[in-house]
Design a protein around this ligand. Sequence first.
Ligand SMILES: [Zn+2]
Length: 797
Amino acid sequence: MPICPALLNHPTTEYLMAMGLMDQFKAQRGFITYDFETLSDQVMKEITDQTILLSQLSKLLIASTEVYPNRDKSYELVNRCYTLFDELSENYQEQLENYGLPSNSSFVHLWLAQTFESAEQIYQCIKYDDENIPFDKCVKALGWNSSRFDIALLSDALDCELWTMGVPIRDLNNTKSITVTHKKSHMKLQFIDTENLFGPMILKACVKDYGDKSEHKDVFLYEIINSKNWNEVLMKTDPFEYEDFKSQLKEGYSITKDEYDQYLIDFKRFTKRLEYLKYYNINDTEIMVKPLMNLIDTFEQFNIDVLHYISIASCAYATKHYSTYFPSKFNLESNKQTYYSDFDITADYSNPNPKAKPFELTAGYWKNKCYHYKQQDYKAGRETEKNVTADDYDYYKRLFETSVCSICNAKFTYDNPPSLDRQDNELPHTKANCLPTCVTCNIAHANRDPKIASLHIKMRQYAIKHNLPMTISDERVYKLLRECITGGLAAVFLRENIAGKTHINELTYDEQQNKVISQDNENVVTHIFALDGNSLYPSSYSSVKNENIPYTDHRMYMAGRSKFYSENPYVIKNCIDQRKEIFVAKVKSYFPKSEYNNLLALPLIFRNIEIENKEEVIGEYMYSQAQKHSLPMSKKDRKLTTLVDTNGQFMVFNNYYLWLLIDLGFVITDYKAIAVFEKNAAYEPFVRTMMNLWIQSILSGSSKEKFYRLIINASYGYDTLNTEKFGKIKMLDKAGTFIAQYHPKHIGTRRISANTFAVQIKPKTATYFTSIQSGVFTLDNAKYWYLNYIQVHVQMS
Ligand SMILES: [Zn+2]
């Protein structure tokens, strides 16, 4: 499968692309922002012998801003605010009845009921006029830093007679997104944390850099207001005293004296404390609009719909892979480069790999196929008497050699094996009912609109033609790649150094005694030199030509689709020695002892090893501490460390990292496996564009700088994302939850409402739709850059 989530996991874009209507593409510009204000009740809780001050939060107010886009880039805003005071109002029951809500509903239910009605109107503004264009009936509700806090406050209102809550995305404690569906209108509200879109930054900074100059007041956490006195305290007409801003949780005041003076001036505009609170909460939801619009515009120029994604990482990941199909869209005026031509739905991409070996049908392969076709037909209740049989071998051998795919006109090769496609779906696999097609065309064709099927087929051919990454279908290759993933560089070096104080430490190896001696010398550290491994990621996956890379045409190519896998030591050794193919290889190896004194300052192998918690391994101090606190010591840990040999284990390296090690004296003793990949430089346009935007923002002194850096770095993270870990979340009732908790694959449970539980279960099968090969190459290429820099530029100077 080709990897392009921006097209293939997005029905609207997929449709527009397949029908040749991409000029109609528009990003969602209608949404809702919301914010909660809470009451905090302080409770003293006794946990073992310690007393802990906890703050229990309950809902006081919810404010929101609804954004209705116009046909041009302008939009209309509607503000709303519901509070606990509404529940006291005389016509509260009447208000509930207007929305068909039960009489015990809270003001948050009321807000949701109104928000569903507003979402319906926003949807009318954002959907396409052409009814055939699929467009999810879903409007996004965005809260600032809401994933833990606001979602928890909302959760008991998310399930009721009128609407129902879907499965939360990501794990149970940190909800990335949650969707609520209206039972009657089927309108969906998807709650997302805005922080996931901007990266970790405070609202103030975000508004300053992305928005206009609308003012933001930090939300005051009035610890003085609690569930007993809120009515009395907020109805007062005089401003709060400075003492009221004293915070026990923050151990001080939540605002400065100057900010308090400003508060007194602001307060004059309001008649009650409640009015002031309402005004600033509404304002806090409104000021999120500009930054979001800004973000939507940034990505719309690349045909990416930001609000389709729940985090900037997933958006960046989709954008990066989209760029490999449309490099010219990512070619900024300032640095026009020549790349391969864009994907074109009207172009003919058949036979993308002219070097592929023609397919030759063997009797065994054919017999096996016939057996499976018969099984398929039998299971579907189709008559199998006239089915193709092993006797038709000669006929089909010739047919596959002389004919082409009936769908895409491709020749059949070992890369692209044939299959029989039934023309009438009611009839079995007979000679008369079948035409030869590629296996992949056959799959793409199944139950799909022919134009969508054609898009999938052409994208696959395009991916083959340009050696783009495709999903790994060989489990052995997948496992090898998985093994190659270690943590980043930062985790390895955590030694404390103080400039002007710490003496330089030297390690020397005594070969005769087989001991390492650690000694501080008389020189004192004058400069702390930090190398941020993360900032290497752009160079690690950009494949830009650089004279510091002596291998493969002075580029570090990225891995495309899998080419072959082998466990033959001769084949593995040959690939390593010839330095032509790019690969990951699993080997045992070491640096000779004579090299140790050159290597001890920076051992070159950055890998995880299994560590036993023994005194001689972790040292006397750590060992005694662990014993003192009776920590479990029998467990083996996998730790990221730096080594001078592979510790007697087989370890996996990518070709660039391995070649550098070999050039520095690495000796391979044993060969286990190799996975070879096609080469590409497909991420170059993406990296150049984002680097350009990044540099522009640095020059203008904007903190958008952090945002672009985040896009460049986060886009790779999704490639290595281990989806196996996340598991499935099911919504169950009490009885179902009781049973599920005894299931061996049960991971966790969280109560959502009175009779609804979210139960997390380890999935039986996992599908990998990410480009794990790209992730692995990014990580190991970064190690190449880091070590090459130190070896060549620091140690030699
Ligand atoms: Zn085909």
